[in-house]
Design a protein around this ligand. Sequence first.
Ligand code: 13P
Length: 238
Amino acid sequence: NTMKYIIFNWKSYLNLKESINLSKIISRFKKSKKFKIISAPNNFFHLALSKNFKKNTYATQNFDLDGRGASTGSLDVSHLIENKIKYTIIGHSEMRSNHGETDKIVSNKLEASINNKLIPIVCIGESLNIYKSKKTKNYLRSQINTIFKRSQKYDQIILAYEPLWSIGTGLTPELSEIDDICKFLTKILEKYTFKKINILYGGSVNLSNISEILKLQFVNGVLVGSASTKSSFINYFK
Ligand code: 13P
């Protein structure tokens, strides 16, 4: 089995000191062939963290498309590049629900990120209603078709499948369902051109299910929210 991406999405859970403490733990891990650990701290803490932990890898939780200049409150791609950030989450469900990020915007952000050589972590996922009415695959297919372009040659992309009903709820699909969806995504992405594509699962990943999820054939890693703010969880990867 190849290396798994382990992405910690710290959302807005942590203050600077807590982010430093977790970064310290991660920085002491031996270089691993099994796991590639990427932390997504609060965007405001990036400079402090990347300066102190040069060997850690960080992602932003978002960036904006307003460009440089007169756009108060925005975080431009160029600011990420300037601070040597290599990865960025795009289309997280909380950006979608709290900030109106649509698949069309996600598609535009994807384009901006690849134009700037950022590695995007693109999030997709279905609502509970869609899941219950067994329309998950159709929904994910339409998300993919809106977000990705067939004319584009993509460099490296990370795609995170996060069922909305699983985020922060303690609920997850069955292991077999997760693998089946990731297999499905692998298949439908074949019509696009990628240098490298990794498909991750996210949603209520924790110490009790992590090892089983990482064993799944079509799952190349995990995107973890609240559990990733606990040192006990982080130490699993040492
Ligand atoms: P939880 O792990 O807290 O369910 O959050 C998942 C998530 O949104 C990661 O991006």
